[in-house]
Design a protein around this ligand. Structure first.
Ligand SMILES: [Zn+2]
Length: 71
């Protein structure tokens, strides 16, 4: 019997309990460490956005380095 265990990378429609299609990833407008994953449900023809933690990238370009000024 099919069992939807281990499908943590997908989202399920709360109405139909069907797997929603991941359509886009957009950066969070405020929180830099978050991103919005947008899923679409075909039966409902609606989209839902989920806030997820952005995976840690190699390097830290967004991390401000302390200035050791010699002015
Ligand atoms: Zn749905």
């Amino acid at each position: 019997m099919p069992h939807p265990d281990g499908v943590d990378a997908a989202a399920n429609c709360p109405q139909y309990r069907a797997a929603m299609v991941h359509v886009a990833i957009a950066p969070h407008p405020v929180v830099r460490t978050m991103q919005r994953s947008i899923y679409m449900c075909a039966p409902c023809n609606r989209t839902r956005a989920y806030m997820l933690q952005t995976p840690v990238l190699t390097g830290n370009p967004a991390d401000p380095q302390p200035q050791h000024g010699h002015a």
